[in-house]
Design a protein around this ligand. Structure first.
Ligand code: IMP
Length: 430
């Protein structure tokens, strides 16, 4: 039986992980966010109502699920409080069901400013970050000068540490970017206010998870971003600042690899990327406009238009290996419904040497162009289909081709944004 499941993205994020976490959470006791911060945007549609979560684990919308934000996440407490209040307004009650690691690092206002002013200075070479302070916050974590959630519990120490780090940032902001300094009193006041709201949620989440494992509870680990935004394995430097591949689960929670039973790679039926950086199958024609419009490919965090492209089989095969994936979940299949032809990239070719690559490191994607296989489209509506038998023959064929390219089976297919628009090819909890 699969007990503990990781759900992560195999592309550049925005694969539709939130919906799948929510869908599978019906069977779980715990759902854990383990890396990234409020750069993520998980859109859920429940009975026609849209909820967007950035920090709170998607599974928490189920009334009995316990949500954990573990040590690997960087947390803006003001954003967290906003999200808690948004859920309350929408009648989701999370009292005694959300826990936050005392070892998680804080995102503070100067991290956000630093992210924005640095990107501005980079001009055309900008990463295209979400401007949420993610990079600077993780820098502080690695440099061992972070304030952590646990620091909120000791007002005197918090005040001393905060003063030091505010001075550190004010020096740089003023001298390099001519930005006005931050007043540490104001930041302290906001932190203490937020602390009053989240105080009872702060705990050692690693111990909590070890206890849950001992008690044979089902845990879902909810990935953010996607494999090729990983700081080590992605299209560096056009990446985020955390490990969005499988290793992030281990370091980001304190749960060992033997306690993971199944790893589901969520893959959109085509590709998208938001922000700058290599994107081999990117489209610049009318298919791009079609995919953006039909797939509503606009960022749920920043509202930016996502770049779109065909499904990249080379990237997918690499993601399967990077993450030891057990199976795939294909999302947004219905977005392809009106296309006469659909392509999948099966290899890359070096434009200078004409050498063909079936496997390649994603930190080195220069001078390559995709080689495609073309499939006939199904030109029929698949949205809302709940049984694999009901899919058109050409759509079933497309899924089979993905399985062949990836070398692993497809266990779930999503045919629409609603929790119920889902085909469960195999019950993964059996
Ligand atoms: P950062 O994570 O804000 O530093 O942004 C670094 C890169 O990751 C940029 O290209 C962002 O657009 C991208 N990114 C960060 N979070 C997400 C996400 O949740 N979905 C898609 N792209 C993301």
């Amino acid at each position: 039986m699969n007990k503990n499941i990781v759900i992560l993205g195999t592309q550049w994020g925005d694969e539709g992980k939130g919906k799948i976490v929510d869908y599978l959470s019906t069977n779980s006791s715990y759902v854990v966010r383990y890396h990234g911060g409020h750069n993520a945007g998980h859109t859920l549609v429940l009975n026609g109502k849209k909820i967007v979560l950035h920090l709170i684990p998607s599974g928490l919308l189920h009334p009995k699920v316990i949500g954990i934000i573990s040590n690997g996440v960087v947390i803006s407490v003001s954003e967290l409080v906003k999200e808690i209040e948004m859920l309350k307004r929408n009648n989701f009650f999370i009292e005694n069901r959300l826990f936050i690691s005392d070892a998680a690092s804080l995102i503070l206002p100067f991290h956000i400013t630093m992210d924005i002013v640095r990107e501005k200075k980079l001009g055309v070479n900008a990463i295209g970050t979400t401007g949420r302070g993610i990079g600077p916050a993780y820098e502080d974590k690695i440099a061992r000068r972070s304030l952590r959630i646990g620091d909120l519990k000791n007002e005197k120490n918090l005040s001393i540490k905060l003063k030091k780090i505010v001075n550190y940032y004010n020096d740089q902001l003023l001298s390099i970017y001519k930005h006005k300094p931050f007043d540490y009193h104001l930041i302290l006041k906001d932190l203490l206010e937020a602390k009053n709201i989240i105080n009872d949620m702060i705990t050692d989440t690693t111990i909590m998870l070890h206890d849950a494992i001992e008690n044979k509870k089902i845990i879902i680990f909810e990935g953010a971003q996607g494999s090729f935004l990983d700081i080590d394995h992605g299209t560096y430097p056009y990446v985020t600042s955390s490990n969005s591949t499988i290793g992030g689960v281990i370091t980001g929670t304190g749960v060992g690899p033997k306690n993971i039973d199944y790893i589901l790679g969520v893959t959109k039926a085509y590709s998208t990327r938001v922000g700058n950086g290599p994107f081999p199958t990117e489209l610049f024609n009318s298919i791009d406009s079609y995919l953006s419009k039909k797939g509503n490919e606009f960022g749920s965090t920043t509202g930016r238009k996502r770049r779109t492209g065909w499904l990249d089989g080379v990237a997918l095969r690499y993601a399967v290996k990077l993450n030891s994936l057990s199976a795939l979940c294909i999302t947004k299949l219905d977005v392809l419904d009106d296309l006469k032809e659909i392509k999948i990239c099966i290899a890359y070719q070096n434009v200078n040497t004409l050498e063909i690559y079936h496997n390649i490191s994603f930190s080195n994607l220069e001078n390559i162009q995709p080689i495609y296989e073309t499939y006939t489209g199904w030109m029929e509506q698949t949205s809302g289909i709940k049984k694999i038998e009901e899919l058109p023959k050409a759509a079933k064929n497309y899924i089979k081709c993905i399985e062949k390219i990836a070398g692993i089976p497809v266990h779930i297919i999503s045919t629409g944004p609603d929790r119920n628009d889902t085909i469960l090819v195999k019950n993964i909890f059996l």
